[in-house]
Structures are given as C-alpha cells and as structure tokens.
Design a protein around this ligand. Structure first.
Ligand SMILES: Cc1cc2nc3c(=O)[nH]c(=O)nc-3n(C[C@H](O)[C@H](O)[C@H](O)COP(=O)(O)O)c2cc1C
Length: 365
C-alpha cells in the first residue's frame, strides 16, 4: 500500500458533525496564545493572515480571548470586550470562512494568573481564594511573580458571568461559529474547579457541586445567545500548569462531565495529562469520562500523526487538537495527508515578535 493510500484510510480525514456543522476533517487547530495583538488588546490583520493560513483544519479554535479588561493576564493577548475588537475579530472570522473552515472563539478570564501591571490602574488580580500561585507572568518590564489575588465576593462573581455573556454577544456579532469556554490551564474557571485553588466556604467552594457552579453558570448564561450545540468546553484535569491541582480529579470531573452532558454541547475538549509534557499521568479514568459524555470529544496534548490516528481508531476520542505542530506547519492537514516532513518549531517566536515564526513558516506547495 502506498503512503497516500495508507493515509486515505485514516479517520483523521473523515468528516464529523459538531453541533450544526459538518467539519471536513477531525484535525483541530488547538488554541494557542501567540501574543501578537496590538495596543488595547486589538486583534490585527497579521492575526487574520495566521488564522486563514491554517484554515484546512476541520475546526479552528482561536487563542484565548479575554472577556474583560480584568480577565487579562498576558501581554499582547487579544480581547473581545469592545466593539472595535469585535470588528477586528470579524475580519479574522471572515478570512477563515472564505477558506471553508469553522472557527470557535476561546473565551478566557485569567483570574489570579495576572499582575497589577497588566490590570487597569494597577488593580489586584482576582481569584476564588487568596492563594498566591508560584508563577511568573510577562509584563512590559519582563517576567514578574504573580501576587496574592483578591478573593472575589458574590457580586464580583456575578460580574464575571456577565462579562462572559457580553463577550459571547460580541463574538456572535464577530461572526465566529461558536464558543469554547476555557475551563483549564489554571485560569479563572479552573481555579474555581480545583480544590488546590478554591478554599471558599460559600456555595462556590467545598463540594464538587459547588466548585463546578461558576462554570455551569457561565455555560447557562451563554446558551441563550449561542445554543448549547455551538458551545464547547476545554478542561485539563490532571495538568498542574498555573500551579494548580485537585485532591480528587476523578470525583470532580465525573461530576462535571455528567453535568455538562445534560446540555447537548458541541464538544468537550481535554488536554490530557500534564500540559506540554505527557499524556501518561495517573489519576483519572479518561475512558469512563469519555463514555459519560454523549457528544464529540477532542483529545489533545503531545500527539503526533501516528498517536492521533491510533486514538481515533480505538474510539478513545473523536478529534485531535494539535497546537505546536500547527504553529510550525500552516498546512499541517496536507502534510499529514501526504505523510510529508514537518517544519521544525522555533520556540523563541512562539509568544513574541511579529510575522517571523508566526506567518512565515513555509507551506509544502
Ligand atoms: C505557545 C502556546 C500557547 C498556548 N495558548 C493556549 C491558549 O491560549 N489556550 C489554550 O487552551 N491552550 C493553549 N495552549 C495549550 C495548547 O492548546 C495545547 O493544549 C498544548 O500545546 C498541547 O498540545 P500540543 O502537544 O499539540 O502542542 C498553548 C500552548 C502553546 C505551546
């Protein structure tokens, strides 16, 4: 069998229905913060070029987009909290649509993973509890240690739910096809989920039922705008990225997945294991979680073509999200299809710079 015949059988290239969309393949461009936004968190035309270069993916998930000024924790990350940003995102979405792909916007609030230098008027970052992470963030004056966050009160939590609502409305006007709610990687919603960061004694802390409350409120707030079948949720249950952990991931994620299953969401997206290093981490029966959810599941983290193929063939997941491979290979889908060599990633330009290491990776053809 020739290489191309071999890849012709590959389930990665089979279409799949996600909500109302028929994706042309099961290769997802994983969300990646590339830090190319302009002043005032504005998306740029360079970003539009970057996304449309990768539009042969079945599904493009944007980088994390802050829902509010308060949600910011990274330099040069884009926002969707004003109309100017909304119009710039529309240019990006239109470019991706012109090439036939489907694009979901990932919404985030960094919570405690921020710094006064990144906040309006030097404000204190917020979180579920006043627990300082052992993490540095990049500010205009270089990397700085993250301070202790302000513990949010119930009014401040309600404001965050409203920020998700407003951002989702603007995303709709920006003409993207759906929303991915970022509930992983140690950011605000994850900080509420896991008991290493959430020590609250009110109805947002303690039991798993209480700790999933904020995420569920966010999902329920945006369903009227988008419909559940255009909303996905990303989680990273075993990752400690962002100095975060949970004492019983099995109990937490079993409960969460069973709650989320009730809505008929577009998909669940799991960064498996330890982010950027290994999927092979004990502590969670992933196969059981997968069976509990009746919609499509995206797997992610350190997959190559062979492992992704195997994961789809075994039924472990329905789609695979690739991040670093997509950063270096705008035509990753075509390269996979041909079994071609991949470009090497330049890690020095992953989160800084302009076109270099962003839109100048060569395509095969
Ligand atoms: C530079 C960079 C930026 C990232 N930014 C995000 C992000 O904005 N949102 C997110 O959910 N994950 C983000 N991730 C994590 C990726 O989506 C993915 O989970 C991780 O890179 C593992 O996938 P991979 O092995 O295919 O690279 C980022 C990863 C990298 C390398």
């Amino acid at each position: 069998m020739s290489k191309s015949d071999d890849h012709g059988q590959n389930p990665l290239f089979e279409p799949i229905r996600v909500g109302p969309y028929l994706l042309r393949n099961r290769i997802v461009k994983s969300p990646m913060s590339r830090m190319r936004a302009a002043q005032n968190d504005m998306p740029t035309t360079l970003m539009a070029e970057y996304y449309s270069q990768r539009a042969s993916a079945g599904l493009i998930i944007t980088e994390s987009v802050q829902i509010s000024r308060q949600g910011k924790g990274y330099r040069n990350s884009p926002g969707i909290y004003n109309d100017e940003q909304m119009r710039a995102w529309k240019t990006i979405a239109d470019g991706v649509h012109a090439r036939g792909a489907v694009i979901f916007m990932q919404l985030w609030h960094c919570g405690r993973l921020s710094h006064p230098d990144l906040q309006l008027n030097g404000g204190q970052p917020v979180g579920p509890s006043a627990i300082r992470p052992n993490v540095e963030v990049y500010t205009d004056s270089g990397p700085q240690a993250v301070p202790e966050p302000h513990e949010m009160d119930s009014d401040e939590i309600a404001q965050v739910v409203d920020q998700y609502f407003q951002a989702s409305l603007r995303a709709k006007k920006a003409n993207v096809d759906g929303i991915e709610v970022h509930a992983g990687n140690g950011f605000l919603l994850d900080q509420f989920l896991r008991d290493g960061t959430n020590r609250r004694t009110d109805h947002y802390g303690g039991s798993v039922e209480n700790r999933v409350r904020l995420l569920i409120e966010v999902v329920e707030a945006i369903i009227p705008i988008w419909g559940a079948d255009r909303i996905g949720v990303k989680m990273s249950p075993l990752s400690t990225y962002g100095d975060i952990r949970d004492s019983n991931p099995e109990a937490l994620y079993s409960h969460l997945v069973s709650r989320l299953n009730g809505y008929g969401l577009a998909y669940l997206h799991f960064a498996e294991g330890e982010l950027l290093s290994s999927r092979d981490v004990p502590g969670l029966d992933f196969a059981r979680l997968r069976r509990m959810f009746h919609g499509p599941v995206i797997g992610n983290n350190c997959y190559d073509l062979a492992q992704a193929t195997e994961a789809l063939q075994s039924g472990k997941v329905d789609m695979i999200a690739f991040a670093r491979l997509f950063a270096a290979n705008p035509d990753l889908v075509e390269r996979f299809r041909l079994g071609a060599e991949l470009n090497e990633l330049d890690v020095t330009t992953l989160q800084s710079g302009g076109a270099k290491g962003y839109t100048d990776y060569p395509k095969l053809l």
